[in-house]
Each structure stands twice: as C-alpha cells, then as structure tokens.
Design a protein around this ligand. Structure first.
Ligand code: SF4
Length: 396
C-alpha cells in the first residue's frame, strides 16, 4: 500500500488559515554587517544602504502586521546585523507595544555586548537567534570571516538566556560544516536552546560558492536529526522534506518495522551518530519516532505559505532565500501583498507544483524548498533538487 497519511502526527499545524495571514514575518532591517560570512544570502557589507526603510516606515510595517488579528504573526528582526541600526531598541519597544512577539537575530560582533543583549531584552524582545556554524573558534570564525565571533556569540547566548530570552541557535549546513553538527548539538543541549535550527544551503548570495550536501547526504542528515530530536528541539530551514522523513519514520514505527532496514541510511548518518554518541551526552536515543518522542515537531509552513520576508528596502518576498519581490511595502501593505499577490498565492497551492514534487504523495506535508527550486532551476514550481525521494515508492 502506498503511504497516504499526511504526516500530521509529526508536524505542528498552524491553527488559522495561512491564506489570510502569515505565521511569521522576517524583516531584514539592514544589510549592513561587520561579518563576512561565506554563505551570506544578503551579501552584506559594513555600510548601511541609504534606501533602507526609515523608522517611520518600519513602524507602519509593524502597525500593518499587528492589524492582521490574533494570533498575531511573530516578528523577527534580522539583517545583515540589526545592531547596525540605531533605532533597533526603539523598534523592538514599538513592536512589543503592539502585542507582537518579537525576536532579534543579531550578528556575533563587538556590537553585541552584554549590555546590548540586556537592552534588547529590556526593550521587549522575547527571543534571540544566534548563529554558530562551528563548535570552536577556528571553525566558526573562519566560516564567519571574523576572528573573535565565536566567543562573542557564545557570551551573547549565555547572557540572552540569563536575561530570560528564548534562544534559537542557527547553524549553516554545507560540506565544510556538516561534521561540526554533533558537537554543535552538544552545545545546543548545554545552552538549553528553545530550537536548534539547521539552515541547509540555498545557492543564493555568497552561498553560490559553497558546496551543498548531496540529496543522499541530506537524507542521512535528516535521519540524524530525527534521532536527536528526542532530546534536542531541531528545526530544519529550507528543507521541508525533513517533515517527509519524520512522517516515514513515524509510519514505520507505528507498524513496528525497523526503519534502518527499510530506509537504509548511508555512511554520513553513521558518522554523525557515532560522533554524537561518543560525546556521551543526553539520555539514550531509542528507535521509535512519533510526536510523543519528537521535541517541538516542525511547523507546517513554507516560503510564502505562512512565511513572509521583507527586505531592507521594503520588498516583500516569500523567503529571504527566494529573492523575488511580490510588491513593496512603500506602495502596498504587506498584509495585502501576502494575501493577494500571484506569487504568494501560487506558493500556497500545491496543485501548481511540477515534476516530482507535483506527483509526490508527501507534497501536502512537504512541498519541497521553493527557494532551492528557484535557486537551482530558476522555477519556483519545479522539483526540489535536494530531495532523493521517488514518489510512490514508500509502501507500508
Ligand atoms: S519529492 Fe518534493 S514534495 Fe516529495 S518529499 Fe521530495 S521535496 Fe517533498
């Protein structure tokens, strides 16, 4: 029998209509940043762009987001580096005064002092996202292009948690960073993060020059993530087929089958697991997979479908990794662009998917990364080339 269960058991569903409003809005406050990260989607540089949204325009954007009704979308202020804007604290306070859950994603630079982290908290930020791509200064700092970034980021993480913020740790995954993941998982566990978010490389911005994992390696990585999600809340960004792997593992678990025999993971899975197990942390991971054993199952949102990105100049895109503008908030509110633009409507309609993703029985729970489909094939509706699944082949 071909698998038909939509995978709800292992996915958190948003409890309102995603055609009406997004679950989360990411605003790129500025492209200015003092780091020179190898993967940077924004191709950031230290100088601010004169065309950035002004404080007044930013407040209008936040007013519009708050007008969308309850539950109000989550707002994340990102960059570049939000600390490069002198109105950061003012805008956090304003966002909170509108009742918006507000997170900040600053860069690990000297601007992110303990005092700054505390001020961000006092201004009203409820969460902070910080990036570590390597588990020690050598690996992280060389990826981020700035000596000292590892220590600054770690200090900020500890201060953020002490100040009462929820901490999300972000890690970029490509060939050069993948074997850092077991040690980063240990760090995430020790820090007590609310989410460890793995960003799978999308070939856009400076990320074009990095080598992505192959589709088979990504499958191995997902199995590693499913395993450790029993003890660490793992999220995978720009890789919705993680939800397909979770659903397959849950289905096999329910039918009492050994997932290793059926899904036959490759060498990378065993390397990651061995390295993680040798670190001797956490409770033993068992081989069953369901919602009860998965910490914070992934949310069923994708680019343009529950997710919206506003660029530093006000362009509204489905994701920061899908740089197609559906309109600009200087001319039309985000709330209208999200709901009515053809680009966003197309991305919310799984019947418009082509090729393998269009035929796939998992496209309701997954749908593939539209950003990667665009980045690789220049077509938002095409296959996600990072998925090795052959539709119709998973039988239970
Ligand atoms: S083929 Fe497409 S829809 Fe199916 S699991 Fe892979 S990425 Fe998702």
């Amino acid at each position: 029998m071909t698998y038909t269960e939509p995978g709800l058991a292992t996915t958190r569903q948003v409890k309102f209509d995603l055609n009406e409003r997004p679950f989360i809005v990411i605003w790129e406050m500025t492209r200015a940043c003092d780091l020179k990260c190898k993967h940077c989607r924004a191709m950031a540089s230290p100088q601010r762009d004169e065309m950035e949204l002004t404080t007044k325009e930013a407040k209008s954007l936040l007013d519009d987001i708050a007008s969308l009704g309850s539950p109000k979308p989550v707002v994340v202020l990102t960059g570049g580096d939000p600390c490069k804007r002198e109105d950061l604290l003012e805008l956090i306070s304003y966002s909170r005064s509108l009742g918006l859950a507000t997170g900040v994603a600053p860069s690990g630079t000297p601007l992110l002092s303990s005092e700054m982290v505390t001020n961000i908290r006092h201004a009203g930020a409820t969460s902070m996202s910080l990036s570590l791509d390597g588990a020690d200064p050598d690996t992280h700092d060389s990826f981020r292009g700035e000596p000292g970034s590892f220590e600054l980021t770690l200090d900020a993480a500890i201060t953020a948690i002490s100040a009462g913020m929820r901490l999300q740790l972000n890690s970029s995954v490509c060939k050069t960073t993948v074997m850092e993941l077991p040690k980063l998982a240990k760090l995430a566990l020790e820090l007590g993060v609310i989410t460890w978010s793995l960003f799978l490389l999308v070939p856009t911005g400076r990320g074009i020059d990095l080598e992505a994992l192959s589709a088979d390696e990504i499958e191995d990585l997902f199995h590693f993530c499913v395993d450790i999600s029993q003890i660490i809340p793992v999220k995978v960004t720009e890789a919705p087929h993680y939800r397909r792997v979770l659903a397959m593992r849950a289905a096999l678990s329910e039918s009492g089958e050994d997932w290793i025999k059926r899904l036959n993971p490759g060498l990378l899975y065993y390397e990651l697991r061995n390295q993680f197990d040798n670190l001797g942390i956490g409770p033993k991971i068992n081989q069953t997979t369901d919602r009860a054993t998965t910490k914070r199952p992934p949310l069923a949102i994708n680019a343009g479908n529950g997710f919206a990105f506003v660029s530093h100049r006000g362009d509204v895109c489905p994701s920061g990794f899908l740089p197609i503008s559906a309109g600009n908030i200087r001319f039309e509110p985000l709330s209208v662009i999200y709901k009515t633009s053809e680009l966003f409507k197309n991305l919310r309609d799984s019947s418009t998917l082509n090729g393998k993703c269009g035929r796939c029985e998992f496209n309701g729970v997954c749908g593939g990364s539209r950003s990667r489909a665009f980045g690789v094939n220049n077509d938002t509706n095409s296959d996600d080339p990072s998925c090795n699944y052959v539709p119709g082949t998973f039988q239970i």
